[in-house]
Design a protein around this ligand. Structure first.
Ligand code: NI
Length: 173
């Protein structure tokens, strides 16, 4: 397993659409494990493959709280097969937009169909933080970031600040 570097916004690679995987084989399993290790190292609760520069429909999630046993979820080709009419706002952050948070309104509950790490078709019904997280990670597969759900004024402010701090980092590196 390996900790990979996470792409920070703004970056055109985060705006690209990912492709479905044909089959969850050894290579995809290794990708899932690397993504989980990368996510845990960054103290995140979810990570999508495009965030490490891989344009494949693969996401990993672990919303267990600190002190609780880990509960890693590996998903390939996730699709939402049902969503609740009720929507609710939750504060979201993203490892590709470090230190920025905003409230995003999404369906409160969703049912997701996906391939697990053994290439088995599974379904998961999610609510609360898991519902937010799975929808947020699936957005990444379409090239959508959580800031694309908020006002352009706030989005541009966040992206401007991020691109400024990236510049400073490159200059001092
Ligand atoms: Ni994210």
């Amino acid at each position: 397993m390996a900790v990979l570097s996470i792409i920070i916004a703004p970056d055109p690679r985060l705006k690209k659409k990912s492709k479905p995987v044909e089959k969850v084989d050894k290579g995809i399993r290794a990708l899932m494990d690397d993504m989980l290790e990368t996510m845990h190292a960054a103290n995140g609760i979810g990570l999508a493959a495009p965030q490490i520069g891989v344009l494949k429909n693969v996401i990993v999630i672990d919303v267990s709280k600190s002190g609780e046993p880990a509960n890693p979820i590996r998903m390939a080709n996730p699709e939402i097969i049902w969503e609740s009419e009720e929507r609710s706002p939750h504060e979201e952050g993203c490892l590709s937009l470090p230190e920025y948070f905003a409230e995003v309104e999404r369906p409160e509950r969703v049912r997701v169909r996906y391939l697990d790490h053994e290439n088995e078709i599974r379904e998961l019904e999610a609510d609360e933080i898991l519902a937010t997280c799975v929808q947020h990670e699936m957005d990444h597969l379409k090239g959508t970031l959580f800031v694309d759900h908020i006002s352009s004024l706030k989005r541009n402010m966040i992206l401007r600040k991020l691109s400024k701090s990236k510049k400073v980092e490159t200059e001092s590196a």
